[in-house]
Ligand binder design. Structure first.
Ligand SMILES: Cc1ncc(C[n+]2csc(CCOP(=O)(O)OP(=O)(O)O)c2C)c(N)n1
Length: 678
């Protein structure tokens, strides 16, 4: 099981010998090695100078160094958690990088990212990623934005060899190939997938062979040879800039240290370690330069001494850096201006049209595409067909294939590319056909989109919109009928809205598009054909306003989305029986309009029914209940009941589904019980 040995097969060193460049590359490699040696030492003291793990690129440094040399100054990099070398090669200062590894105030992210998740997407280092494979969909989005913005930049994404078994990688490759993106996919093949030899899980001789399955070229090169890397990257970048599309470049190289700083490599043979050591790029490059008479041993010693001297002062600066301002710990989750929920909306100026819910979506999208040149609209069947429900009908015709387009059936790539494009200042609005399908790609929302503002202390943000639809309709199966809003409302950094009427979907979609954070709109499939008046020229209000759909003083129904209609129907029935019930449509679960909630419930003397279609346990109703007790529990007696779908999977048969879904008579019955108990 000698994986490092396997790794040298089929690798050729470059024939050209550019000694000036090689000396420069060697210096840079030694500098990166020295930074990591300090980082390793700092993590091994008692107590460690920084907690947690660090993944070093020792043995792999020639790849970032050679790659950046083959790129234009403004081309960008997406790295993995093993990304210190990439961060340094792409221009971050040693203080920014080492400070971040040590989680200190002088780090590029002020200690919010750490060794494994540092990022600077405002420049060319888009960032590291601690989720295996996740960087590729994001890189697709950056590449997509570059092309649309005509910058001529290319993006390089680095992935480990193990990442080539990850879904996001496959989706990213499919997406990049289908859209012919200016993207270079680099596999840093060190032969190991954490503690398992990659050869055990990837059954092709060369990972570069995988490229042909996606219709892109694949090439294997020596990842210890900066010249081979520089020249390969240069050619690939030119090709990509020339609309030649993506390429997969496999770089074979050794992993010199363990998987991470505390890895004792009990699973690795001595032989394999020995082979890896013989492939150390510092040794190989030095030897080439010695043999050519360009350098002597003392010159290399001198390079190490110079790097050490530099690092001594960096290390001192990091250790003496000012303390982190702990008052910022809760800041930069969302745009802070959006924390204030608007109280009123401006009255619209022209007469309302009668539109169905789905037509209102279409009109809002059209209006925004018309006024925002940075907006792009995409997803499965979104372009030519206009969406399976018609939300984007005719929009490709009107706004062109560059801005409104179809994608592969690759939800991770759709969402991840939206993150990448948003980072580049585009306004991606993507459709996930069914909310249930988001589940295969949640990483890109939860681990990626939701984190970036926080990790960058508000220097970068992800202004993207995900439109999806959810809920049960007759005959829809258990995998096409879930209500998943609570799952995402749990995540700080995401905004969640559930429009209930054609007017609301029109307004809320426009508000979401205007918002600077990732917004997910859960539309209601069962409402798509319902019609209502829609004013289309009202002001775009900030997200977060709840709407009192009906005033009432005896009790309040608090609800959202599909259930607003049910609540109104129940309120009507109760009114006829002499009970005056308010219906509060929350519209947004994040941000939550606590003022409106408080007022409605206070006016209703604390009697509340929370109504949602989602399953009862852990539904957002539980959160509302807790908030009500926190806000009002000390002031008044509260009686809260939930009407929700019980904790059951959803059957396709309407006869069975009807037994489960909340309806007006269940609400009426629950309210009557509540009134009689009081
Ligand atoms: C989605 C995901 N699964 C598992 C992990 C845990 N993990 C972290 S690194 C790693 C190994 C990845 O190997 P490879 O892609 O070859 O990269 P290398 O570590 O060699 O750079 C694993 C399994 C993770 N971070 N993300």
């Amino acid at each position: 099981m000698s994986t490092a040995k396997d790794a040298v097969r089929e690798v050729k060193t470059s024939p050209d010998f550019d000694s000036t460049y090689l000396v420069d590359a060697l210096k840079k490699i030694i500098e990166i090695r020295t930074v990591e040696q300090y980082a390793q030492d700092f993590s091994q003291t008692t107590p460690p100078k920084y907690p947690g793990s660090a993944h070093f690129c020792a043995g792999q440094e020639a790849v970032p160094v050679g790659t950046v040399a083959g790129l234009r100054d403004d081309d960008q990099i997406v790295a993995t958690y093993r990304g210190h070398g990439w961060a340094i090669a792409s221009g971050l200062s040693l203080l920014e990088v080492f400070g971040e590894i040590c989680q200190r105030s002088v780090g590029v992210n002020g200690g919010r990212g750490g060794s494994a998740y540092m990022m600077a997407p405002w420049g060319r280092f888009i960032g590291e990623n601690s989720i295996v494979g996740a960087g590729l969909p994001i890189a697709c989005g950056v590449a997509q934005a570059n092309r649309l913005q005509g910058t001529g930049r290319v993006v390089v994404v680095s992935l480990g060899c193990g990442a080539f078994n990850q879904g996001a990688t496959h989706e990213g490759m499919a997406f990049a190939a289908a859209r012919s993106l200016p993207l270079l996919i680099l596999c840093e093949n060190n032969g190991w997938s954490e503690m398992t030899p990659t050869a055990e899980t990837i059954k092709v001789a060369r990972i570069a062979q995988r490229a042909s399955g996606y219709g892109m070229p694949g090439i294997t090169i020596d990842g210890t040879d900066p010249i081979a890397i520089r020249e390969t990257v240069r050619k690939a970048a030119e090709r990509a800039r020339d609309n030649g599309g993506p390429i997969l470049i496999e770089c074979r190289l050794p992993r010199l240290w363990g998987h991470y700083n505390r890895d004792i490599e009990h699973y690795r043979s001595k032989d394999d370690r020995q082979t890896a050591r013989s492939m150390d790029p510092i040794l190989i490059i030095s030897e080439r330069l010695f043999q050519a008479g360009v350098l002597k041993r003392e010159d290399v010693d001198q390079m190490f001494a110079a790097a050490k001297e530099k690092m001594e002062s960096i290390a001192t600066a990091v250790l003496n850096s000012p303390p982190i301002d702990i008052t910022t710990a809760r800041r930069y989750v969302w745009d802070e201006r959006s924390e204030k929920v608007p109280a009123t909306i401006e009255p619209p100026q022209i007469a309302a049209k009668t539109l169905s819910y789905i037509q209102a979506v279409n009109e809002a999208l059209s209006k925004e595409l018309e006024t925002r040149p940075e907006m792009i609209l995409y997803g499965e069947d979104v372009g030519q067909a206009g969406g399976i429900f018609g939300a984007s009908r005719n929009l490709q015709k009107t706004y062109g294939e560059k801005r409104v387009f179809d994608t592969p059936i690759s939800e991770s790539a759709i969402l991840g590319s939206a993150v990448g494009s948003a980072l580049m200042g585009m306004k991606p609005v993507v459709e996930i056909m069914w909310a249930d399908f988001m589940l295969v790609a949640l990483d890109q929302l939860i681990n990626q989109a939701a984190n970036i503002r926080y990790i960058t202390s508000g220097k970068s943000n992800v202004s993207m919109v995900v439109r999806t639809q959810q809920g049960s309709t007759p005959g829809s199966c258990a995998q096409h009928s879930q209500c998943l809003e609570a799952l995402l409302a749990h995540i700080p950094g995401l905004r969640i809205g559930l429009p209930a009427t054609p007017q609301d979907v029109y307004d809320m979609l426009r508000s979401a598009i205007a918002d600077p954070d990732p917004c997910i709109l859960f539309e209601s499939r069962s409402l798509y054909q319902t019609t209502g008046p829609v004013f289309t020229d009202g002001a775009v209000e900030p997200i977060g306003r709840a709407d009192l759909k009906r005033a009432g003083k005896d009790a309040a129904i608090v609800t959202w989305g599909t259930m607003v209609r049910v609540a109104l129907e129940a309120a009507e029935q109760l009114q006829n029986a002499g009970t005056d019930v308010a219906v509060l449509d929350l519209r947004w679960l994040s941000p939550l309009d606590e003022n409106m909630l408080r007022k409605t419930v206070t006016d209703a003397h604390g009697k509340v029914i929370i109504l949602h279609e989602a399953n009862r346990t852990g539904g957002f109703g539980a959160e509302i209940t807790a908030r009500l007790y926190e806000m009002l529990g000390g002031e008044m007696k509260l009686t809260v009941k939930r009407v929700a779908t019980p904790d059951v999977r959803m059957p396709a048969s309407p006869v069975l589904a009807e037994q489960l879904l909340p309806n007006a008579s269940r609400v009426v019955e629950t309210l009557r019980e509540m009134m009689s108990e009081n």
